[in-house]
Design a binder for this molecule. Structure first.
Ligand code: AMP
Ligand code: ZN
Length: 471
């Protein structure tokens, strides 16, 4: 059947057909590196990881690019306030992102371009847009003229006239001089002394959207197979990327657009601006969840196009599912085969494998795929209880587990958790230190830091609270 995905542009589930046979080129919008990404961001990144893993299975070759947005208003504001260069400002947040990525077992992209490394390519696109009459200058900034691009609005289906800010909630407060409210900045002028680049367009910095057009087309070509993000990226970000890229090249920018629905908490979208977010660190350190359970919840708690509610109950169910899966893996690893066994297990396995693949190919329905897997696990457990599984079938079960977990990705996380459990005493000292700081008892907090250091645990205090790592 081959992989089918829901395409936001055509609003249909479509066959994934690549420009180059057997080679799929995918671009996923990455984090803005001004703070820790929250687990809402990671819902999208984990969905993209599941997609990436399934593409690795279905295609001979995958090239995956995820950008890092390392210049925007907040980053500039923080860098200026902290007396940092942009580079100094973003470095810890890029490290934190890669660290969280690894904690959740996300397969690294092939390229992580940073926006600031692609200024020349952005200027090139702006030049091409200019030649086609799609730009204008106002107050030294350069804007895209949406009225001159008739295909604008096809992705989001929005009648954008009258909209001042996008669904993402990003308001460009510095874009005063637009002819039309839908127009957006390609290049924003900055005052001398402010962070920016000296270019033929004047001293300035790029608009957010042009960054992704430049990075994606530079690394993947002008016709990309799949482009992903969270649903809040549809408008204005992806709509504007299409306008810029197709405006410059005259050909289709992306063949298939995929968007993940939001992670919600208490019924509301998890968002930095709402203050209702948690980070991977918070959750793992406080012992609320193990990385394997968090990954399971984000990957399989709901189909990626349905919003997912984050709650203690949801985490609990994910933890139980991981435990069942690991117990099955361990049991199969240790099981002694029966000398003679009926062929039932083989049939159960074949059916489960077919159902798993069918559900994954059908718009990446991991929850349904795992439903088939766990149904098979129940039956196989009964056959193992009765010692009715032969040596060759045990081998088949092991490769089935490997194939499923190649997508689910929790077993390596569980193995890592087993290697380095946080000892009870360490956890107690860390909690005591959180309490000491909450009651402004700095002497106790310092003393606990020293005690932890002696035990090989290094503690840092960040704006998001206490963090630790092994020294
Ligand atoms: P940002 O760092 O704000 O550029 O966001 C990075 C990615 O996270 C984008 O693809 C967003 O669409 C996505 N995102 C933001 N909030 C959520 C959420 N609550 N649930 C799922 N994805 C989100
Ligand atoms: Zn983007």
């Amino acid at each position: 059947m081959g992989l089918h995905l829901f395409d936001t542009m055509s609003r249909q589930v479509r066959d994934v057909k690549t420009v180059e046979p057997g080679h799929v080129r995918i671009y996923t919008c990455g984090p803005t590196v001004y703070a820790f990404s929250h687990i809402g961001n990671f819902r999208t990144f984990v969905f993209e990881d599941v997609l990436r893993r399934w593409l690795d299975r279905r295609f001979d070759r995958v090239t995956h690019v995820m950008n890092l947005t390392d210049v925007d208003d907040k980053i500039i504001c923080n860098a200026t306030a902290n007396g940092h260069s942009l580079d100094e400002e973003v470095k810890p947040w890029i490290d934190a992102f890669f660290n969280d990525r690894d904690i959740l077992g996300i397969r690294p992209a092939h390229h992580y371009p940073r926006a600031t490394e692609y200024i020349a390519q952005m200027l090139d696109i702006i030049g091409r847009l200019d030649e086609r009459g799609l730009t204008y200058r106002a107050d030294s900034s350069v804007y895209f003229r949406v009225g001159a691009f008739p295909k604008y609005g096809r992705l989001s289906g929005l009648h954008t006239e009258g909209l001042a800010a996008g669904a993402s909630g990003r308001v460009d407060a510095d874009e005063y001089d637009k002819d039309d409210v839908r127009d957006f900045a390609l290049w924003k002028s900055v005052a001398p002394g402010e962070i920016g680049w000296d270019t033929p367009l004047g001293r300035g910095r790029p608009g957010w959207h042009i960054e992704c057009s430049a990075m994606s087309m530079s690394l993947l070509g002008e016709n990309i197979d799949i482009h992903c993000g969270g649903v809040d990226n549809i408008f204005p970000h992806h709509e504007n990327e299409i306008a810029q890229s197709e405006g410059a090249t005259g050909s289709t920018f992306v063949r298939l657009w995929c968007h993940a629905a939001h992670l919600r908490i208490g019924g509301e979208k998890m968002a930095k601006s709402l203050g209702n977010f948690s980070t991977v660190h918070d959750i793992v350190q406080s012992g609320q969840a193990r990385p394997s359970a968090l990954r399971y919840l984000l990957a399989a708690g709901a189909h990626y196009r349905k919003s997912l509610n984050y709650s203690d109950d949801a985490l609990h169910m994910a933890t139980e599912a991981v435990d069942r899966w690991v117990a099955f893996r361990d049991r199969v690893a240790e099981h002694h085969p029966a000398v003679i066994a009926p062929p039932d297990a083989k049939r159960v396995l074949e059916r489960a494998d077919a159902a798993f693949q069918r559900a994954m190919d059908d718009d990446l329905n991991l929850p349904e795929a795992l439903g088939a897997v766990f149904q098979a696990v129940r039956t196989l457990n009964q056959l193992l209880d009765g010692n009715l599984v032969s040596d060759s079938v045990l081998g088949d079960i092991r490769s089935f587990i490997r194939d499923v977990d190649d997508v689910l990705g929790v077993l390596p996380l569980v193995d890592k958790e087993r290697e380095t459990p946080l000892d009870v005493e360490d956890a107690r000292l860390l909690d005591e230190r959180i309490a000491a700081r909450a009651s402004c008892d700095w002497a106790a907090s310092d003393q606990l830091r020293n005690q932890l250091a002696k035990r090989g645990i290094v503690v840092d205090d960040t704006p998001q609270g206490q963090r630790w790592h092994r020294g």
